[in-house]
Design a protein. Structure first.
Length: 408
């Protein structure tokens, strides 16, 4: 809705587009309370926003400049409503979302600011969710988004995919969608550790890139392959009691075979050409897991080698942590702990609960029960929702039988 209205109002009126969308949601809160949620709630919201937008255009077209390429069409009552109707069709909205994604990736903005803007405007992320995705502070992200909006407002129209700097913007768009999927798969929401709707939204937006000839390049297909392979595991991420399950204990019969097949097919398609992106490597890691019938049959040596390659492309603390866990599976807990303690910028993981949980798991396997318990308690204190708290409590409880057995 924001993308479509920004196309009509002009990027310099981004705040107005957001206000109109907010008005539509406020109207929904008022009406649905008494009339119930309509069967097609999205269409209801879009229609409400459209009517509100037409009112704004009629009232302010003499005092406010809107999208310059539409100026003549919006001035006449004969063409105003048909123009708005045409710009709010499904195909037009699909195009506007693509253009908005690329508009957010303004070269004057740093990549993190570009990504934050895409997540905020197109994906509906709150400032808190974006802060957690970046392992950053809420205040810093709030300032970053505010500054980025001011830069974006300096444009008069949404980005055209035929513009010269199209390729330079694509990587930031891909990164934003990658973070959106990850936030759904194992994110920082206070509501739930798994939010399948965010994964679905990331896949929907990535499919817009796949469907466009200019954006359907090998790295985009590799990104979509990664999403398919990981989304295939979503049905097993939570057990029948609503508790989180790790990869090591998941019921693999619940994995979505259709998505696994689609992901592997996309990987073959992404292999065309010389490009090797981080998404290629991560998809390859996911494919190794997908091909194993269980943890014991997993080719951990290949996964470690792939993480080594990934570290050469994008060296981050989270990648380093995942690599260390894979090394622990291949070479034992002592080596895994050694690699965790060697992670560069390890302090950035201080607020990440699964960093403490990983330390706890490896210490537990090494027989250091009290140390493991302390790490699990630290992870429990950092847990971001009830699912994570329950999971961490289970790991704390798991230390007790080990302790009793060793005491005997």
């Amino acid at each position: 809705m924001v993308a479509a209205l920004t196309r009509i109002f002009g990027v310099h009126n981004l705040a107005l587009a957001e206000d109109v969308v907010q008005d539509a949601f406020c109207r929904a809160l008022e009406v649905w309370k008494f009339q119930g949620v309509p069967q097609n709630s999205s269409a209801w919201l879009m229609r409400t926003a459209k009517n509100r937008a037409i009112d704004v255009l009629r009232r302010e077209r003499r005092v406010r400049a809107f999208a310059p390429e539409l100026e003549g069409l919006l001035e006449s009552e004969w063409t105003l409503v048909p123009t708005v109707d045409e710009l709010l069709t499904a195909n037009a909205i699909k195009d506007d979302q693509l253009r908005m994604m690329f508009s957010c990736c303004q070269p004057r903005l740093r990549e993190q600011a570009q990504v934050a803007l895409v997540l905020h405007l197109l994906c509906g992320f709150t400032v808190g969710e974006i802060a957690n995705a970046f392992l950053s502070g809420r205040a810093a992200i709030e300032k970053r988004i505010s500054r980025a909006k001011k830069v974006l407002a300096g444009s008069k129209r949404l980005f055209d995919l035929t513009d010269r700097d199209f390729k330079a913007r694509l990587s930031a768009v891909q990164r934003a969608l990658y973070l959106l999927f990850n936030e759904g798969y194992h994110g920082a929401s206070s509501e739930s550790a798994v939010r399948a709707e965010l994964c679905a939204e990331a896949m929907r937006l990535t499919s817009l890139l796949i469907d466009h000839p200019l954006t359907s390049i090998p790295s985009t297909r590799a990104l979509y392959a990664l999403m398919c392979l990981n989304a295939a595991r979503l049905p097993a991420r939570v057990d029948s009691d609503g508790n989180l399950t790790t990869l090591y204990v998941q019921d693999r019969s619940r994995w979505n075979r259709g998505l696994l097949t689609q992901g592997l097919r996309l990987m073959d398609s992404a292999a065309a050409g010389p490009e090797l992106s981080e998404y290629h490597v991560e998809a390859a890691i996911a494919a190794v897991h997908a091909g194993a019938s269980g943890v014991g049959e997993t080719d951990w040596a290949s996964i470690v080698a792939l993480y080594d390659t990934l570290m050469s492309i994008r060296q981050t603390p989270v990648v380093g942590l995942n690599r260390a866990i894979a090394i622990a599976q291949a070479e034992g807990p002592a080596r895994g702990l050694e690699e965790i303690h060697a992670i560069r910028d390890r302090h950035r993981l201080a607020s990440y609960p699964f960093y403490q949980a990983a330390l706890g798991e490896l210490e537990l396997r090494a027989g250091n029960i009290q140390v493991a318990r302390a790490h699990f308690e630290g992870a429990h204190a950092l847990a971001r929702n009830s699912m994570e708290r329950t999971f961490m409590q289970q790991r704390i409880d798991a230390c007790d039988p080990f302790k009793e057995k060793l005491t005997r």
